[in-house]
Design a protein around this ligand. Structure first.
Ligand code: SF4
Ligand code: ZN
Ligand code: ZN
Length: 304
């Protein structure tokens, strides 16, 4: 029987990469300390900042929100209702229940009211749902953070998410994307600061935390996620991790340490300007969300 290295009680978790056996209580402590360490390492925010957590109702965003709340940060939630049938219904209810449990505010935005629901847009737009869903979520997170007076947006992207994106960007040597793949994107030019405090925590570690901390989260995937290449990459990388514990974290951290600074040596050449319709920052005359709204026949301007 493995014993917790901290208190000698029966261990409930073994983390092969760190050769650590921990009981429930000390696993929760370990996870929260590690997130706190990541926030400090990348100078993400302080106790003075007003943080808006992008809450999907899944394990990562709720684990993140719980951790930030317990660490004493001022963190509220924003739930974007994508209108994806039962999936959105269930995840929204879990997000509301969680917010009530911790006594923090949860703002909600309905995509159907802002533009159209994801399934409705899908009827008009041949692209994979995730491509415009991602754009819309980023747009409304930034828009509502500014509108509601938050200066930081925190998302629950975990190490597996970051590594899958990094792997995909490396496969195609997409330098523009690689240049922006950092766990902190500073504020400015119409954007609030964006941070990923779970970037060093694996998907398994985040799920374990949610389980150990008794967080109820949506346990099934969005129906549109099926067949995505990122899921395939995640599987592949997890097989590698299984055989060589620590591979994912090494791949990610060495990129941040060695390659990211090289890519960002040249001066940023972005020519961001306000969208002519809504005023949000964009590199075109009209931002992708306003262009999408025009395409689906919804031309009302968002509330700016
Ligand atoms: Fe949106 Fe795709 Fe995620 Fe579903 S899987 S919530 S469509 S990004
Ligand atoms: Zn213990
Ligand atoms: Zn716009």
């Amino acid at each position: 029987m493995r014993k917790c290295v901290k208190c000698n009680k029966k261990a409930e978790v073994y983390l092969p990469q760190y050769r650590l056996s921990l009981c429930r209580e000390h696993y929760i402590e370990w996870f929260e300390n590690r997130v706190e360490g990541t926030i400090r390492e990348f100078r993400m925010f302080s106790k003075k900042d007003r943080i808006l957590v992008a809450v999907s109702g899944g394990k990562d965003s709720l684990s993140l929100w719980n951790t930030l709340h317990k660490l004493g940060y001022q963190a509220d939630g924003l739930y974007i209702d994508l209108g994806i049938g039962q999936y959105s219904e269930d995840s929204k209810n879990l997000a509301i229940k969680f917010a009530n449990n911790i006594g923090r505010e949860l703002h909600t935005v309905s995509l159907k009211e802002e533009v159209l629901s994801i399934p409705e847009i899908k009827k008009e737009d041949p692209r994979p749902a995730c491509s415009f869903c991602g754009t819309l979520k980023r747009y409304y997170m930034n828009h509502y953070a500014k509108k509601l007076g938050y200066n930081v947006v925190a998302t629950g992207h975990n190490l597996d998410d970051e590594v899958a994106v990094l792997f995909s960007n490396v496969l195609s040597w997409n330098l523009d994307y690689l240049k922006r793949q950092y766990p902190v994107l500073e504020e400015g030019k119409g954007f609030v600061r964006k941070v990923k405090p779970l970037c060093k925590m694996s998907e398994k570690e985040s799920a374990l935390y949610a389980f150990m901390a008794g967080i109820e989260y949506i346990e099934y995937e969005c129906p549109f996620s099926e067949g995505s290449t990122s899921i395939e990459y995640k599987k592949l990388l997890s097989e590698l991790e299984e055989r060589h514990p620590g591979t994912k974290l090494r791949f990610y951290m060495e990129f941040l340490r060695k390659i990211y600074p090289l890519l960002n040596q040249e001066q940023e050449q972005t020519n961001l300007r306000p969208c002519k319709v809504c005023g949000e920052p964009t590199s075109r005359d009209v931002c992708p969300v306003c262009a999408l709204k025009a395409k689906v026949g919804k031309v009302t301007e968002p509330n700016v």
